[in-house]
Write a protein that binds this ligand. Structure first.
Ligand SMILES: *[C@@H]1O[C@H](CO)[C@@H](O)[C@H](O)[C@H]1NC(C)=O
Ligand SMILES: *[C@@H]1O[C@H](CO)[C@@H](O)[C@H](O)[C@H]1NC(C)=O
Length: 350
């Protein structure tokens, strides 16, 4: 399933990995701009979509056996302007953050997740010199980690005895770097900075008020970019390891929002390896830059087996592309594409 900014539908595709074909089946209508979609891990027939617009909203749906969405089972205000991300927490509540208004809402659910609790309060992120732009919610142990692109920090939230989340600390990022998305693996925090187009690795102290140590920060920009390029890092993924993929490579997408690119070679996905953990030279090693042919690649998602990666751009006509992960994860090879819908921004695999 693929959601998209500037549309009002979620697209359903079927991927056949024997014939390597990606077939479009249908667009299911949704509210405006479902730029981020996510499943309820407790029941993978339940989907949440944000409405990424000034009167932001969160919607719940069921998914039928064809992979099509029901009409919304519920819709609730996201508590602000421009929701960019939603995540289902282990409690069953759905957390959503609003990029433009610097607010968020943690919304308990009822009816097995299909109805929202309207009494959920809205939380505002502190504003320092800049405007807060919270971009993602990651639940880790008993914390929520929220990268804030405007405030150049990662907020650390914990639930108090009153059952309400509040900010307990933060992990400051370089000024102007614009942290967008993060991933946690092997007790390390990996941060993708949208404005600086950098990837960093730091520790994640148990205490939210402790100071984190950054071990390395590297550029993700591919060599010899076209004139007028303006890079904005988008997504970071670290798929789980398996027999076929024993190394936890880090996959980051980058978009050129500067001068329009021709479709070739398009934006790249950079593949990194986290090396020398715990040693003085702990760092991030570039393994590969894979050109996608896509313009302004944003969302991408690995299949459950980790064998395939689906991706799309937010502009242009490149549609949806399927890559096979090869060479133990050190490379991505395009095996299928579908251009029925020209742009998509977020994916889930059923
Ligand atoms: C999952 O959700 C579907 C649709 O709401 C429902 O029919 C099914 O019973 C649920 N499954 C479980 C295990 O709760
Ligand atoms: C935040 O403000 C500083 C100056 O106070 C500026 O250098 C930086 O670019 C700003 N960051 C963003 C994301 O606007």
């Amino acid at each position: 399933l693929a959601g998209g900014l500037y549309s009002a539908f979620v697209s359903t595709y079927v991927f056949d990995n024997v014939t390597n074909t990606l077939t479009f089946s249908r667009n299911s209508p949704t509210g405006q701009s479902p730029s981020w979609i996510t499943l309820d891990p407790r029941n993978r027939s339940h989907l949440y979509a944000i409405n990424d617009q000034s009167t932001g909203a969160l919607q719940a749906y069921t998914i039928d056996s064809q992979g099509y969405l029901s009409s919304p089972t519920d819709t609730i205000s996201s508590g602000g302007d421009g929701p960019a991300h939603a995540a289902v927490l282990s409690s069953g509540a759905v957390a959503v953050v609003n990029y433009n208004s610097g607010t968020g809402r943690i919304i308990p659910t009822q009816s097995n997740g299909l109805k929202f609790d309207t009494s959920a309060s809205t939380l505002s992120f502190p504003r320092g010199g800049n405007v807060s732009h919270p971009h993602q919610i990651v639940e880790y142990n008993d914390e929520l980690l929220i990268p804030d692109l405007g405030e150049d920090t990662i907020w650390r939230l914990r639930k108090g005895s009153n059952n309400v989340y509040s900010i307990q600390g933060s992990i400051p990022q370089p000024t102007g770097s614009g942290p967008r998305h993060i991933a946690i693996n092997n007790e390390r925090l990996f941060v993708l900075h949208e404005l600086a187009s950098t990837l960093s690795v730091s520790d994640l102290p148990a205490s939210p008020s402790a100071v984190a140590q950054t071990f390395a920060s590297v550029s993700i920009v591919a060599p010899n970019p076209p004139a007028g390029s303006k890079w904005q890092a988008a997504e970071i993924l670290i798929p789980p390891t398996s027999n076929d993929f024993p190394t936890p490579y880090i996959y980051v997408s980058n978009r050129n929002t500067g001068s329009p690119l021709s479709q070739t070679p398009g934006d790249s996905i950079a593949i990194f390896e986290h090396v020398n953990k715990g040693q003085a030279n702990e760092g991030l090693k570039l393994i590969n830059q894979v050109y996608t042919g896509l313009e302004q690649i944003r969302g991408m998602q690995f299949s459950a087996s980790g064998d395939y990666l689906v991706a799309s751009g937010v502009v242009g006509t490149g549609g949806v592309i399927m890559f096979q992960r090869t060479d133990g994860g050190r490379n991505l090879v395009k095996v299928a594409s579908n251009t029925n819908v020209p742009t998509r921004t977020s994916f889930i695999w059923l």
